[in-house]
Design a protein around this ligand. Structure first.
Ligand code: DQA
Length: 144
């Protein structure tokens, strides 16, 4: 199974950014751990602070990967264009948030992207990415 993880704006600063909310580990270090935990998977990782680049990556991935895990970060709450890109591609997309967006400011309670995703995991920190991978493994296994 080929799985792409996309992280949106400011998540390149994980580990140093608002550590009381987002934790003190970099995503790169966690990604290496994920690769070691799931050697049977072809995992790739992409991060961008730019809306258009995230949309391009979603388009590119549509013929290449089996599933996508996306944390659109701030764009979750604002980007009709990223929501449209997720709607436009046919492979399953899971949305992950490190923090519990429903326990934070009201503007974070709305996700424009979530309705086009098969599910959302929010509030479990980096563990959320692993939970999303496990959900996809289960989903693809039961589709066989
Ligand atoms: C986030 C939550 C968003 O509201 C915020 O803008 C982020 C990170 C999360 O992972 O908890 O940048 O997506």
């Amino acid at each position: 199974m080929k799985l792409l993880i996309i992280n949106g704006p400011n998540l390149n600063l994980l580990g140093e950014r608002e550590t009381s909310i987002y934790g003190s580990r970099s995503f790169e270090a966690y990604f290496e751990e994920l690769q070691a935990q799931f050697p049977i998977l072809e995992l790739t990782y992409f991060q961008s602070n730019l809306e258009g680049e995230i949309i391009d990556r979603l388009h590119e991935a549509r013929k290449i990967v089996d599933a996508i895990i996306i944390n659109p970060a701030g764009y979750t709450h604002t980007s009709v264009a990223i929501a449209d890109a997720i709607a436009a591609i046919s492979m399953p997309v899971a949305e992950v948030h490190l923090s519990n967006i429903y326990a934070r400011e009201e503007f974070r309670h709305v996700s424009l992207t979530a309705r086009h995703c098969i599910g959302v995991i929010s509030g479990f920190g980096l563990l959320g990415y692993r939970l999303a991978i496990e959900a996809f493994i289960e989903r693809f296994a039961s589709a066989d």
